[in-house]
Design a binder for this molecule. Structure first.
Ligand SMILES: Nc1ncnc2c1ncn2[C@@H]1O[C@H](COP(=O)(O)OP(=O)(O)OP(=O)(O)O)[C@@H](O)[C@H]1O
Ligand SMILES: [Mg+2]
Length: 433
């Protein structure tokens, strides 16, 4: 037999769909399925189905339902036994879709725990495919079904969350954002979904949106429950701000390729002059004579590629590399490129700009004193003006620090002239085509 309750009630004997009759008869079958193997006395069944004041005909109606079910079931209804004054339905392992679902869920979770994300995703997808709608959906107003409906609905969301974890672990964040946004809309207070949405956005390069998702979660939790997000969610926000490698996708695929600043993926061709300049700049910076270099050029000129190579050379020579980028997708917090590069960046809480800039400069001085620093600020054409002003301020102080700053911008970016004035040099790259 194939009994199904993950949606409207259905029963199949092989290919043949059983005719399940009217509401009462369907309710009797559902109740027997939920309490399979158990001997249920007539009184218990009547109580479950009709409540405290059953009609005088209840016993008779129940009797009719049982015989009708027996006629539909194979082998003359041998599976529906009468034991004294009670009825019991034999349901073998795997005959009920709910049990198949729970078995698949357990296997999926075991695989997830073992780090086998592909296997886990596969198992969980198969298990979730058993769902055809709300559980026991034709009994949503029946008292006897309430508890199980609630349990199964919860289990379903958890299984979806597990499957999404498996997808995230397998580096498949791309397809998840839209699904997660819909899920968060339906379950706004589930922090696990909020966390997954933040991660999916972050890992598809949508960091500002990941932070906006955190703020939205916090607003909802405060508004609805008057509580702050859990520590775990708060830490995730911090990790996103800091671009903590710990939240990169586990098998290093998409995120690695999308995140520059670690090592140039392909060799740098035809940039000998520029690299000679930067090697000298690195000599100076490591010797405590800090510099700002600006790289400008049209889109695709190879600006990021060049900065990437400079960063790898710096790393080999013992410098720490920090990398931040402008974001023009909207909604970026103030000082976003700086914030990405420097996780300890203080909040600009309305202090005068000068005092704030001075504080950031002192922080950089302290950091660079511990280990020479290379700071790359890329895509400055998409940075907020305050970030550019801060860069000009820091650049005017950098000469005394073991620090090389590389500012990268497209042609025509704002404040390029002002930057050039405080830069040691501005390198103009031509189009590569
Ligand atoms: N010197 C180079 N040698 C080999 N490949 C390069 C070189 N410069 C750039 N490329 C390749 O050309 C492509 C565009 O380069 P890159 O992303 O650095 O451009 P960009 O100037 O930063 O552009 P955008 O303004 O859009 O950020 C990349 O795929 C990069 O790997
Ligand atoms: Mg670039």
């Amino acid at each position: 037999m194939d009994y199904r309750i993950l949606g409207p009630l259905e029963a199949f004997d092989g290919e043949r769909a059983l005719s399940l009759g009217g509401t009462r008869q369907r309710s009797v079958l559902a109740l027997l399925l939920l309490r399979a193997q158990e001997a249920l006395t007539r009184d218990v069944i009547i109580d479950e189905l009709w409540g405290e004041t059953p009609p005088p005909t209840a016993a008779k109606v129940l009797q009719n339902c049982i015989s009708a079910l027996r006629k539909e079931l194979p082998d003359g209804g041998a599976a529906l036994r009468t034991v004294g004054g009670a009825y019991a339905l034999e349901v073998a392992s795997g005959e009920l879709d709910r049990d198949r679902f729970e078995q698949g869920l357990a296997k999926g979770r075991a695989a997830l725990a073992a780090g086998e994300s592909e296997e886990a995703a596969e198992q969980l997808r198969t298990a979730l495919a058993l769902w055809r709608g709300g559980p026991l959906s034709d009994f949503s107003y029946e008292h006897f079904a309430q508890e199980e409906i609630a349990r199964l609905e919860e289990l379903h969301v958890e299984a979806v969350e597990d499957r999404i974890d498996a997808d995230l672990a397998g580096g498949r964040a791309e397809g998840l954002v839209a699904e997660l946004e819909a899920l968060v809309g339906r379950h706004p207070l589930r922090e696990r979904l909020r966390r997954q949405l933040m991660l999916a956005l972050y890992r598809t390069g949508r960091q500002a949106e990941a932070l906006a998702a955190y703020r939205d979660a916090r607003r909802t939790l405060l508004g609805e429950l008057g509580i702050e997000p859990t520590r775990a969610l708060q830490e995730l926000e911090k990790a996103i701000l800091a671009q903590d490698p710990a939240i990169d996708v586990e098998p290093r695929r998409a995120a690695r390729a999308a995140a520059p600043g670690r090592h140039a993926a392909t060799p740098v061709v035809g940039r000998d002059d520029e690299l000679t300049v930067f090697d000298a700049a690195l000599d100076d910076a490591l010797a405590g004579r800090g510099r700002l270099f600006v790289v400008v050029g049209p889109p695709g000129a190879g600006k990021t590629h060049l900065a990437d190579e400079v960063a790898s050379r710096a790393k080999v020579r013992g410098a720490a590399v920090r990398w931040g980028r402008g974001w023009d997708g909207g909604d970026a917090p103030p000082y976003w490129p700086w914030r990405q590069a420097i996780r300890e960046l203080p909040e600009h809480d309305g202090a005068e700009r000068f005092r704030y800039f001075a504080a950031v400069t002192e922080l950089l001085r302290t950091e660079a004193a511990k280990q020479p620093l290379v700071l790359v600020l890329d895509d400055l054409q998409a940075a907020d003006e305050d970030s550019l002003l801060l860069l000009e301020f820091v650049a005017s102080e950098v000469a005394e620090m073991p620090m090389l700053i590389v500012g990268v911008a497209r042609d025509g970016a704002p404040r390029l002239e002002e930057l050039a004035r405080v830069a040691t040099r501005t390198l103009q790259l031509g189009s590569r085509t």
